[in-house]
Write a protein that binds this ligand. Sequence first.
Ligand SMILES: [Zn+2]
Length: 668
Amino acid sequence: MEANWQQSLQQFFGFDGLRPGQQPVVEAILDGRSAAAIFPTGSGKSLCYQLPALMLPHLTLVISPLLALMQDQVQFLKSKGIAAATIDSSQSRDETQEVMNGVRSGTIKILMVSVERLKNERFRQFISQVPISLLVVDEAHCISEWGHNFRPDYLKLPDYCREFDVEQVLLLTATATQAVIDDMQKHFAIASDDVVTTGFHRPNLRLLVQPTVESERTQKCARWLNHLAEKSAQKQQDFAAIVYVTLQNTAEHVAEALARQLSFPVRAYHAGLPAEQRDQIQRQFMSGEIPVIVATIAFGMGVDKSNIRQVIHYDLPKSVENYSQEIGRAGRDGKPSDCVMLADQSGLTVLENFVYGDAPELSGIEQVIQTIQQQLQTDHQGSAQWEVLMTPLSSATNIRMLPLKTLLVNLEMQAVLTSQYSYFAEYRYKLQGSEAELLGHFDPQRQQFLKTLLNTSKQGRSWYTLDTEKLEQALANGGDAGSQSTAEPPRVRALKALEFCQERGWLQLESKQMTDVYRVDANKLATPQLATNLHQHFLDKQQNEIQRIHKMLDLFRQPQCVSRRLAHYFGENMGHDCGICSVCRGQFQSWPEASADASLAGIDLAAMVAPLNQAVQQQFGVLPSVELQTRFLCGIHVPWFTKVKARSLAGFGKLEQVPYEVVKAQLV
Ligand SMILES: [Zn+2]
């Protein structure tokens, strides 16, 4: 096998050998085992699947979190003559069809999709018919609740592996603590020897910690950037820098202030900008036209620019993992680069309050459980079943989408719920010609079925909406003469027929309202302490998140080599100090003591929450809980606030600089 991979490596990628870490991963995969590669960003994680994919007999399916990332990788692979493709929402129907054909026939070796794509019933039906050699999970730390970017959908991946008969997986991530690695191993049955970690320490990054009060931060930032610009001009080199902030409006006003002080272009980048504008700014940054971007964490994933010479943190990052990822974008070319932390702890409350906004209230959890009990149905095998549309459930129970998904995944892990499948509640289609033309493509028997399908669909001006119930009735009443022999449920038949017509371009098919179907263990659902235990789980997680923020602060506040502490956080023992960070250079600055909690003396909280009380009473017929009032005053968004237009009420966010627990204690 060895000669083999070396030959492919040379032939397709033009390399003579693999980098440290890559070889054991590639060998584990080619030996038929699952593996995990935990390498810092920019150290060649992708090659760990790209190379084996060429040699494995069947498809390599890659789950990737970001569209732009997928498109970049596909482009790269194509440039190497490797047949790779994505299926994503930006494609036309014809493009998707072509990719599906390529996958089915085996000409496409690597297919990249988002995890959301796997929830799509139609896609799952398709992919379950394709033999898969390897499933690759990029950003695999998302699978762990103890990671910094938990995505509940990732927890379903082990189930999908069973569903698609995938025997081998490869997990890729840049940041994983031991707790996260344990989770990854447990979920995907990876042997400890096949978890390959390479060093986190990047010797060309100078980590400088310079806590600065907010009023002086922009100026200091400008000085750093100016210095870089001058140095680069002398060497006649291009330069690039990223300034990270927490909030969108900070990005805007810091970019404006910097633009006034600097002689080169500076632009803001955040998720609040239109997608087109974001793409354009990113392109201009990549090309060097805009050297400096002031960005929220929305910027960076998929930005692979080699000459970023400075990453400046204007605000505190969200965690050590985030910090590591963000500074990891500097100096990809291996040349010396500066990572400057300008934040002090004044942003701490805002960060912590974000965390407090996430845990659902006990009453919300109870309501979810009641809702399941009330909506239980019995399926044809006699077991209890629950169908759910997430958005209405989120607004009814006042739990934000992410914690709600987490809640349901927790119920799955306790075997209260078992995920069965997802389907679209609504299918609509538009004919490309007349009904008669469509029917003309079929033999009489199929014509009969299709006619019934058309007649029972709800007809709008140009769109038909599939009505499965009516179709079933009509078929039972004899509208389907001659084909009773088929065992398929009418819904499945209808979808197959519509897909068939869509593939031939006879109609356009759209699907809406993703519905998740669960089997329910009604006994377990009735466990007395269920809601309380789940609530406790969320509180534990909340505590964990708060600790995570403090661990991050400790990284910067201790008079010890910053690089060494950072490596240690990810389980690496450098064995020596880096010699170039601010501590090693003798520039350690002690952080000011945290200012005493902002005092609420003399503030009439009851008056502040009065507008909320009135609005909630009017809309929902109940008084808001203390938790809800606290979220209102701290400016933390929950679904009910959309309904009562909380942002426009006096008092919203008035106390966002005050710690959550302090506000709450005052309201009790
Ligand atoms: Zn150091």
